[in-house]
Design a protein around this ligand. Structure first.
Ligand SMILES: Nc1ncnc2c1ncn2[C@@H]1O[C@H](COP(=O)(O)OP(=O)(O)OP(=O)(O)O)[C@@H](O)[C@H]1O
Ligand SMILES: O=C(O)[C@@H](O)C(=O)CO
Length: 420
């Protein structure tokens, strides 16, 4: 293994694993820290998917250190800490505390913060994070229920969370190339900075930054920061040039979609699926809590459909609030997650082998229940969302785990084409 990654959520891990796979690394995503004897033959990169984004900071640090130690023991030469391209976090963390702990453990004097992901319109200029045409703090992320992002300055955000001195390497340096970025890193070291936010607007910027951090033991950012890293290993003669990453034969079997994400993008994708005539079943957390809908009924319904069935709980913010008022915020989410996780098990028992799941928490619950030991990363459906193949005991399944905000409106319709 050349590259080891620690991701703070499941769909974020898949996003990063796809980037590495696209750039020619044979990449495996594990669900949690794997056992010591995990088979690493023919693997260039391992992404350990944690569920640590919104845990208490000390828990997230402990989980991340455990993942780091496993990756180092398994031979990783460089570590990426992957967080959300919208820097989802609070003043307490977890990005700062986890970065500090990883940097300390690796004994590194400088690392970078770079959540840019131009393909999904996340860019950084003068240390400010933009989501499409808006500053992060003006984007819908300001209303996020757990990690509302009300500041766009990554330098300020990181300084509030990290004990390291935080600096900025601005776009002027990045535009001049890797040599100039390396010189800016040296200046940052002289100023005593332990972490620098690096501007990036395009994939080319990210490739320049990737080249400049070739010798860094630790890199932090979104999946975009990984775009230039495989080339470093190629340049060093450690990675083959001609491998075709990301191909697998999808298992035959029935298909289904489970959506627990309430994001605007997912709701748009459901609308497009309904308009195209897809069979849909809408779940309501209050109905589930009061016993008016049960898992067996949902499974029976899905199996009775001719085409691909879509089961969703996704609702607009008003209905989500109403459910949360009635059940409590955490309980409402948990009821839906558990329902969809059990539905996934039932569908698998009845021959479903191709499954799309929408939402990071939802994917965490579903994949936790299906319990594969790892996911092999296949072809890209949309930026940040690949098909994956489950590994481990039991019948293999093709899974597409979609971050709430990712994917075009016709995602639920077009994704299947890539499995043919
Ligand atoms: N109708 C509903 N009412 C209340 N909560 C719901 C409802 N439907 C889903 N939920 C919960 O909302 C949460 C959605 O989070 P999830 O991470 O799955 O999606 P997301 O935030 O859009 O995706 P991502 O984290 O990838 O951006 C889950 O805990 C889910 O169970
Ligand atoms: O970086 C992103 O936006 C995604 O990979 C993610 O982390 C979604 O939760």
């Amino acid at each position: 293994m050349l590259l080891g990654a620690i991701a703070d959520d499941l769909t974020g891990a898949t996003d990063l694993a796809l980037m590495l796979s696209r750039e020619g690394m044979r990449t495996i995503q594990t669900v949690g820290v794997p056992p010591a004897d995990f088979d690493l033959s023919d693997v260039d990169a391992v992404v350990v998917a944690l569920k640590s984004r919104t845990n208490p900071a000390d828990v997230a640090v402990a989980m991340s250190l455990e993942a780091l130690r496993w990756l180092k023991t398994a031979g990783a030469r460089q570590i990426i800490f992957k967080y959300c391209s919208t820097f989802d976090s609070t003043p307490k963390g977890n990005i700062g505390p986890v970065t500090d702990a990883l940097a300390r453990e690796l004994g590194t004097d400088l690392t970078i913060v770079c959540p840019a992901f131009p393909a999904n319109r996340r860019t950084i200029y003068k240390g400010h994070l933009f989501v499409a045409d808006q500053l992060l703090s003006d984007s819908p992320m300001r209303h996020h229920p757990l990690t509302p992002m009300t500041d766009s300055s990554l330098v300020r955000l990181m300084a509030a969370q990290s004990k390291l001195q935080v600096g900025l390497v601005s776009h002027e340096n990045v535009a001049k190339g890797a040599e100039s970025v390396r010189a800016a890193f040296d200046e940052a070291r002289r100023r005593g900075e332990g972490v620098v936010v690096v501007d990036a607007i395009t994939d080319q910027d990210l490739r320049v930054i990737g080249e400049a951090v070739a010798e860094f033991p630790l890199i932090t950012g979104g999946s975009g920061i990984a775009i230039g890293l495989p080339e470093n290993f190629r340049r060093a003669g450690l990675l083959q040039r001609d491998i075709t990453a990301g191909q697998f034969q999808a298992p035959d079997g029935r298909a289904a979609i489970l959506a627990g994400s309430c994001s605007e993008a997912t709701r748009g994708q459901i609308k497009a699926a309904i308009e195209a005539g897809m069979s849909t079943l809408k779940l309501d957390p209050v109905d589930i809590a009061q016993g008016r809908m049960d898992v067996d009924e949902a499974i029976r319904w899905a199996l009775a459909q001719e085409g691909v069935p879509l089961i969703y709980s996704s609702a607009d913010p008003k209905d989500v609030l109403a459910a949360q008022d009635s059940l409590g915020q955490e309980k409402a989410g948990e009821i839906v997650e558990q329902f969809l996780a059990k539905t996934a098990i039932g569908l698998r028992e009845n021959g479903v082998r191709r499954l799309i799941v929408a939402g990071g928490e939802t994917s965490g619950a579903v994949v936790g229940a299906l319990a594969p030991s790892a996911l092999f990363i296949g072809r890209e459906i949309d930026p940040g969302v690949p098909w994956t193949l489950t590994m481990g005991d039991g019948a293999p399944m093709a899974l597409a785990l979609k971050s709430g905000n990712f994917g075009t409106a016709d995602f639920f319709l077009k994704a299947w084409e890539l499995l043919k």
